[in-house]
Design a protein around this ligand. Sequence first.
Ligand code: GLY
Ligand code: MN
Ligand code: MN
Length: 437
Amino acid sequence: MHPYSERRARLAERMVSGVAVIATAPERTRNRDTHYGYRYDSYFHYLTGFSEPESVLVLVAGDTPRSILFCREKNLEREIWDGWRHGPDAAREKFGFDEAHTIGELDAKLPELIADQPRLHFVIGEDPAWDQRMMSALNAVRAQVRAGRRAPSELLDIRQPLDDMRLIKDLHEQTLMRQAADISARAHRRAMLATRPGAMEYEIEAELLHEFRRSGSEAPAYGSIVAGGPNACVLHYVSNDAPLRDGDLLLIDAGCELHGYASDITRTWPVNGRFSGAQRDVYQLVLDAQTAAFSAVKPGARFIDYHDAAVRVLAQGMLDVGLLKGTLDEVMEKGDYRRHYMHRTGHWLGMDVHDAGEYRPRDGGPTEWRTLEPGMVLTVEPGCYIRPADDTPEAFWNIGIRIEDDVIVTADGCDIYTSAAPKTIADIESLMAEARA
Ligand code: GLY
Ligand code: MN
Ligand code: MN
């Protein structure tokens, strides 16, 4: 079966009964009459594979589930200006819907589709205009009460079952995510080879974008961070417009999106190709923290375990090199390590870079974390960020390091999707020496 039809069937099973109405994303204006590059809604695309704007999926659960697509009509004039459209007939055929209609028919058909159904499922509260549209459909059914029609009495957020489904990647998704990760790993290699003192951060960003696009990626999965020297200590640095200086590090957090799937890689390397003593110490520490974290990514472990594993190594290392004072227990207890490590060690990864899926199970207590299962994809991204301060040895000032890989939980541990991006000190230095030779 088509992966999308299979997902619709699984969702209908989880819904048990009722109707789900799921719209794709709107086109968004950038300025005056120019639009941002179009990106469909992840939930909609997960269930349809359909990439055109102005589309809505209606899924009717029950003994014989039905899926109905509403999409743009064929229109020669618009197609001459904006490009080819499927239109309902071709879309139904190609994507395996039971029915398809033009988007202009949605409001007239919705009351009929939801009448006498026990539940209406949709994305509640994200877009006031869409909420209003669903209420109008409900009220249109209520207006027919004397004709014996009943409106759904329960409204449910469709994201809950969908988030649970999206958390475990099926084989189709795993293949795409591996490809996206490969492209991004190549892009990081390319960026390493192009790095030299005097280059601008945006020149290196251009190398990443070149590799993404030439490999078929539609766009970066998020704004690329290309941060030289002190800029690496700004966690969400996006200006990418400073010159790279001899003796500084360069931190790049960048990943492509491929056919709707994100990759998310961070590597940090010396602008001149050789780590200094202090840079080397902190880099190896972050790498050791990542190794410890990988061992805690396995079925049955809690989501928080790999963060805890990374933090323990980082905190001990910060004590060892003189960035913190006290004992490991004190530093852990008081959270002093947060001065240099203030973010979590990872997140779910999928169609969205910070992907759908809850981190605590719905039926667990407030302190319980979700347990890892095979097929979950997540990032492992410890770091260490050291701003200038009187009590910090000067050799460490402005060192900002993060190492981030994408991994899938397997039957007995995890598999790293992004290992083709060089990571050990020896591998980075020898690749960069090759570029200069
Ligand atoms: N690039 C976003 C993140 O690493 O979470
Ligand atoms: Mn990340
Ligand atoms: Mn990242």
